[in-house]
Write a protein that binds this ligand. Structure first.
Ligand code: ATP
Ligand code: MG
Length: 230
């Protein structure tokens, strides 16, 4: 068996203390492998965003152990020195549709993180153009985000999340702002990416129609995470 790209062991998260304490995730234990597409399902307030942002090292767990790509990143405390660097180099995030940087054009939005990682302008432009082409928005590179449709900006956001060759893509309701058909095509694209480029993709979704596109479903209910068989 290969090493899981994401491994959680008894991860819990409690916000606040005393009477106002809320345990948002309770002893989550699961593994996700490269090339898998995983849906995170569950009612509002069940803990999905908490879970996905812990995987992304944005939210600090309260206890347990988290490993990414075989490296223990959290074991009762962070074991990494620079979580922003870890994120930039390994993880792509896709949140809501309209989170492009408004004063940068499409190409600049996609090349920003690679350039922060020290990739040259020339190389990052080549890679960004390749991704934009692949996602069907190659002709939009000089447009500003405000000039794009919802579906186009979502594709640019996906290109941006892929620009640093992440091993893990985390998406929190990435298709919420899209109509049914566009939402489906964005999800199909993510699935294709996972399978062709061996990327692990974890997607929070409320949309039951998307479920056939996922390899696995994790259901979160009142902070308890369990694998759904289907
Ligand atoms: N920063 C915070 N401080 C205190 N409580 C929080 C914080 N973030 C989330 N919570 C609480 O933790 C629980 C889980 O929240 P979370 O945002 O993970 O749910 P969710 O499943 O993503 O919900 P939604 O589908 O509405 O986005 C909720 O009870 C919420 O009120
Ligand atoms: Mg949420």
């Amino acid at each position: 068996m290969s090493t899981p790209i994401i491994a959680m062991r008894g991860i819990s998260k409690t916000y606040g203390t005393g009477d106002s304490a809320v345990t948002a995730i309770k002893e989550a234990t699961f593994e996700i492998f490269s090339g898998e597409t995983v849906a995170l399902l569950g009612p509002s307030g069940s803990g999905k965003t908490t879970l996905i942002t812990m995987i992304g090292c944005i939210t600090e767990p309260s206890m347990g152990k988290l490993s990414l790509n075989g490296e223990v990143v959290y074991d009762e405390k962070w074991l990494i020195h620079d979580e922003r660097k870890l994120r930039r180099e390994n993880i792509g995030f896709i949140f809501q549709a309209h989170n492009l940087i408004p004063f940068l054009n499409v190409l600049e939005n996609v090349t920003l993180v690679p350039q922060m990682n020290g990739v040259s302008t020339k190389d990052s432009n080549v890679k960004a153009r390749e991704l934009l082409e692949y996602l069907g928005v190659g002709d939009k590179e000089t447009k500003m985000p405000s000039q794009l449709s919802g579906g186009q900006s979502q594709r640019v956001a996906i290109a941006r999340s892929l620009a640093n060759n992440p091993k893990i893509i985390l998406a929190d309701e990435p298709t919420a702002a899209l109509d049914g058909e566009r939402a489906l095509s964005v999800m199909q694209l993510l699935r294709k990416l996972a399978h062709e480029q061996n990327v692990a993709i974890v997607v929070v979704t409320h949309d039951e129609r998307m479920l056939p596109l996922f390899d696995r479903i994790l259901r979160v209910e009142d902070g308890v995470v369990r694998e759904e068989q289907y």
